[in-house]
Design a protein around this ligand. Structure first.
Ligand code: HAM
Length: 476
C-alpha cells in the first residue's frame, strides 16, 4: 500500500454563498409582460405529471412501497424546506449541488433556507432530532418525494424531480451495503427494467487523503489539457475528476491511479465482503473504479444503478445511487453512527418504463357504466353509485351528459361489459335496465337487487341469464 506517499490534501476554499433564486435567471424564465391573455408558463425544468402518465408512476410507487415493507423499512415524511446549512455541511460546499444548484433563499424570518436537493441529510437530522439512536438498531427508513436542483434541464434531468430513498442507521456491517444493493436491484427487476450495478469503494476520509494527493500529482502536469471545470475540480475536489464527462479526459482517466489500490486494510476488507455477498446472491455488478458520486458524505461503498445495454451517454443518467456515509450523523451533531442508503430517481424510472411501452392503467378499468335519463334518475343514480362503490365494483358514469345515445357511446368507448340504464319510468317502477354491451340484450331488474345481480354476472359470465326485456332503448 503506497501510504508512505502521504501528502497534504488540497485545502478546501470557502464556498460562495448559494445563489439567490432571483439572480439565477437563465434567460428562459422571463415573465410575459402585460399580456393578460398569454398562457401561464411553467418554470423551466419543472413539469406537470399528467393523468395519462400516472399509471407508470403508480407502478413505480407501488413497487417501492411493497419492497420497502418486505425489507422492513419504516416510512418517514420529511419537510421539503430545511435550513440551507444542513445541506451545505453534508452534501459538501465543493459539490455542484451546493455550488450552483441549490434553491436557497432568505425566508421572512431572515433565515437562509433551501428546498431540499436530496433527503439523506434530512433523514440523518430526523434520526438525531427524534433520539432514534435509542431505538433498536439498525433504524431503517424510507421516503418518497420531490427534490429540487437548479441543474441544466435536459433529458432525464429536471429541477423538480422525485426520489424514493432508503436509509439504514446504526450498522457497520457490509451485509447491509449488500442488502441495499439487492433491494435496489429488486425494485428495478420488479418493474421489468434490466439494470446493472456499478460499485466502488472510496474508503475512509483518512485513507482517501493519500490517494487525493497522488491523484492531484498525476493530473497536475496535464493541467493545460483540462477544461475550466476540471481545472477547478483539480484544485478544489480532485476526486470529482474521476467523474469528468469531458471528451479529452478519457485517455488521462484510463491511466489515472485507482482508489481501490489506496484503501486501508479495513476499507478493503469491508468492500471485499460487500462484493462477496453480491456474488453469493448473484446480483450482477461491475466494478467501476471511477465511480465517486456527486455528494461528499460518502465513505466506503458507493454504487449506482444504470440501465443495462444503454448507450454510454445515457448511461450517465443513473436510475439511482447511494452508498455508505459513516461520518454524516456525527457531522451534524449526532453521536458517531454508521449508516448507508440509496435513492432512485423516479422520473428517470418512469421514463424508462415509458420507453419500453409500459404504462399500466392508473386504476382498474370500469366494468359497468351507469346511464341516466332525467333529474329523478340522477338523484337515485348518485346513491346507486355509492352502493356499487361499497361493493367494490368500479362504475363509470357520464353525469354531465343528458342524451342516452351519448352516454351509450361513452360506455362503448370504455368497453364496459354492462350498462345499467335508469329512466323516469324505471324510477317510478323501482326497477333498472341492465344491458349486456356485447350482445345488446337487456333485462329489467329490481333496483334494490341490481348490485347483487351485477356482482353475480361479473363473477360468473357464463351463468344463464333470463332475458326479461329486449326492446331497443330508444327513449330519448
Ligand atoms: P443522487 O445520485 O444525487 O443521490 O440522486 C439519486 C438519483 O436521483 C439519481 O441517480 C437520479 O436517478 C435522480 N436524480 C438526481 N438528480 C436528478 C435530476 N436533476 N432530475 C431527475 N432525476 C435526478 C442522492 O440524492 C443521495 N441522497 C442518495 C443516497 C441516499 N445516498 C445515500 N442515501
Amino acid at each position: 500500500m503506497p501510504f508512505n506517499k502521504k501528502k497534504e490534501a488540497p485545502k478546501a476554499a470557502p464556498a460562495p454563498a448559494p445563489k439567490k433564486v432571483e439572480k439565477a435567471v437563465d434567460g428562459e424564465e422571463k415573465e410575459k409582460k402585460g399580456g393578460a391573455k398569454a398562457p401561464p408558463e411553467l418554470l423551466r425544468g419543472f413539469r406537470d405529471i399528467l393523468p395519462e402518465e400516472q399509471g407508470k408512476w403508480n407502478f413505480v410507487r407501488d413497487s417501492v412501497r411493497n419492497l420497502a415493507e418486505a425489507y422492513s423499512f419504516d416510512r418517514i415524511d420529511l419537510p421539503i424546506l430545511e435550513r440551507a446549512d444542513l445541506f451545505q455541511r453534508t452534501v459538501g460546499k465543493q459539490t455542484d449541488i451546493i455550488e450552483k444548484e441549490m434553491y436557497a433563499f432568505v425566508d421572512p424570518s431572515d433565515r437562509m433556507v433551501a428546498l431540499r436537493p436530496e433527503a439523506t441529510a434530512s433523514c440523518a437530522r430526523a434520526y438525531i432530532n427524534h433520539g432514534m439512536l435509542d431505538r433498536p438498531q439498525p433504524v431503517k427508513l424510507w421516503y418518497e418525494g420531490a427534490m429540487f436542483r437548479h441543474d441544466r434541464p435536459q433529458a432525464g434531468r429536471y429541477r423538480q424531480f422525485y426520489q424514493a430513498g432508503f436509509e439504514v442507521f446504526g450498522t457497520h456491517e457490509p451485509i447491509m451495503d449488500a442488502q441495499l444493493i439487492v433491494l435496489g436491484y429488486q425494485i428495478f427487476k420488479d418493474l421489468g427494467l434490466n439494470v446493472k450495478v456499478q460499485v466502488n469503494s472510496i474508503g475512509t476520509p483518512e485513507s482517501r487523503q493519500a490517494y487525493l494527493a497522488e491523484l492531484t500529482s498525476y493530473f497536475r502536469p496535464h493541467r493545460n489539457k483540462l477544461s475550466e471545470d476540471d481545472k477547478r475540480r483539480l484544485q478544489k475536489s480532485p476526486l470529482r475528476l474521476l467523474d469528468s464527462k469531458e471528451e479529452g479526459m478519457k485517455e488521462l482517466l484510463a491511466e489515472a491511479p485507482q482508489i481501490l489500490d489506496w484503501l486501508d486494510d479495513a476499507s478493503k476488507e469491508h468492500f471485499t465482503k460487500v462484493l462477496e455477498f453480491l456474488e453469493e446472491i448473484q446480483v450482477p455488478y461491475v466494478l467501476n473504479p471511477h465511480l465517486v458520486r456527486g455528494l461528499e458524505y460518502y465513505t466506503h461503498t458507493v454504487f449506482e444503478f444504470v440501465l443495462d445495454n444503454d448507450e454510454p451517454e445515457r448511461a450517465q443518467n443513473a436510475l439511482g445511487g447511494g452508498g455508505r456515509y459513516n461520518g454524516l450523523v456525527e457531522l451534524i451533531g449526532g453521536r458517531p453512527t454508521p449508516a448507508c442508503g440509496f435513492a432512485i430517481g423516479m422520473d428517470r424510472v418512469a421514463k424508462a418504463l415509458g420507453e419500453m411501452g409500459i404504462n399500466p392503467p392508473q386504476r382498474p378499468d370500469p366494468q359497468v357504466f351507469f346511464a341516466q335519463l332525467g333529474d329523478a334518475a340522477r338523484r337515485v343514480g348518485l346513491k346507486l353509485y355509492e352502493d356499487f362503490r361499497m361493493a367494490q365494483i368500479p362504475v363509470a358514469e357520464a353525469f354531465g351528459k343528458n342524451a342516452l345515445k351519448a352516454q351509450l357511446e361513452a360506455a362503448n368507448k370504455l368497453a364496459v361489459q354492462y350498462t345499467i340504464i335508469l329512466g323516469q319510468k324505471e324510477v317510478l317502477d323501482g326497477t333498472i335496465i341492465i344491458r349486456d354491451m356485447e350482445s345488446g340484450a337487456q333485462e329489467i331488474v329490481d333496483i334494490n337487487k341490481i348490485v347483487a345481480v351485477v356482482k353475480k354476472k361479473l363473477s360468473s359470465e357464463k351463468e344463464a341469464r333470463v332475458v326479461v326485456h329486449q326492446s331497443p332503448v330508444a327513449r330519448e
